[in-house]
Design a protein around this ligand. Sequence first.
Ligand code: FES
Length: 78
Amino acid sequence: MICKPGKQVSAASRESGCSVTTPCGGHGNCGKCKIKVIKGNLPVMTMDRVHLTEEEIKAGVRLACQAMPKETVVIEIL
Ligand code: FES
């Protein structure tokens, strides 16, 4: 899935029809909305560090509800 800059990844996924599951409503509390960056860069956010392992972060895993790309990125919904 392609996400444009300035749009939260979870919202972009809903609009594209391949929605990421957001059990906590996108508040960053559950850690269940994992996605993986395939191309581009997504900054690591505070709640990523709370819910993800260092290995996941290095592999490009992020929380969709916290992810706000600054460039066009390609992501995979996990
Ligand atoms: S929806 Fe719960 S952490 Fe993203």
